[in-house]
Design a protein around this ligand. Structure first.
Ligand code: FMN
Length: 189
């Protein structure tokens, strides 16, 4: 029996009816048996990054989020695209932890997913996240990629369950690939 890998999911949308949050909620059921996926602690009460505030001490919400990332074998970020890029709140959270001594994203395996209303499915956001996370030495899974395009058509209108089979298959394939990626990097068998 191999060790179960503990993975956390971080959602970039705070909206109650968020398609990205709905996508994040499907992950535990779609994951291979070797991956346990739980939601990261919330980031929405983080103040806007300010070095003066940092000097007085990292806020508890930042240290809690950083500890969850440190303690995880891997991280999956599921986020919408805002104006062709990373939602400001999520970027702010990443900026906060990037200033920590024991920087939590360093050498951390990360996978990216996005759902969006349009044709590109949040791809521009993912490429900006790849750039930003590379600057803080996260190790990002190249493929399989997950883009849920035309999101309102892929989720049940009432329950927000992911009902589009090709999208479900795409998520499953990424999670299988991510398990292998994390095991190869960590040496955990
Ligand atoms: C501020 C803002 C900017 C947006 N910019 C984009 C964009 O650049 N590309 C895109 O595909 N969708 C964009 N959208 C539409 C989102 O894809 C859509 O609202 C999506 O449902 C948001 O994700 P969520 O359902 O997880 O909240 C934008 C939405 C907002 C609120």
């Amino acid at each position: 029996m191999s060790d179960t890998l503990n993975v956390i999911s971080i959602c970039g949308s705070l909206r109650k009816g968020s398609y990205n949050a709905a996508l994040a909620r499907t992950l535990p059921a779609l994951a291979p048996p070797g991956l346990s996926i739980k939601a990261a602690p919330p980031w929405e009460t983080m103040p806007i990054y300010n070095a003066d505030v940092q000097r007085a001490g990292f806020p508890a919400v930042v240290t809690d989020w950083a500890n969850a990332i440190r303690n995880a074998d891997g991280v999956i970020i599921i986020s919408p695209e805002y104006n062709w890029s990373i939602p400001g709140g999520l970027k702010n959270a990443i900026d906060w932890v990037s200033r920590m001594k024991d920087q939590p994203f360093e050498n951390k395996p990360v996978a990216l997913q996005s759902a969006a209303g349009g044709l590109l499915g949040g791809s521009r956001m993912q490429y900006h996240l790849r750039q930003s996370l590379t600057s803080i030495e996260a190790i990002i899974l190249i493929r399989p990629e997950v883009f849920v395009t035309f999101a309102p058509k892929k989720f049940d209108e009432k329950t927000l369950e992911l009902i589009d089979q090709p999208s479900i298959d795409m998520v499953r394939a990424q999670l299988v690939g991510f398990e292998k990626f994390v095991r190869d990097l960590s040496g955990k068998r």
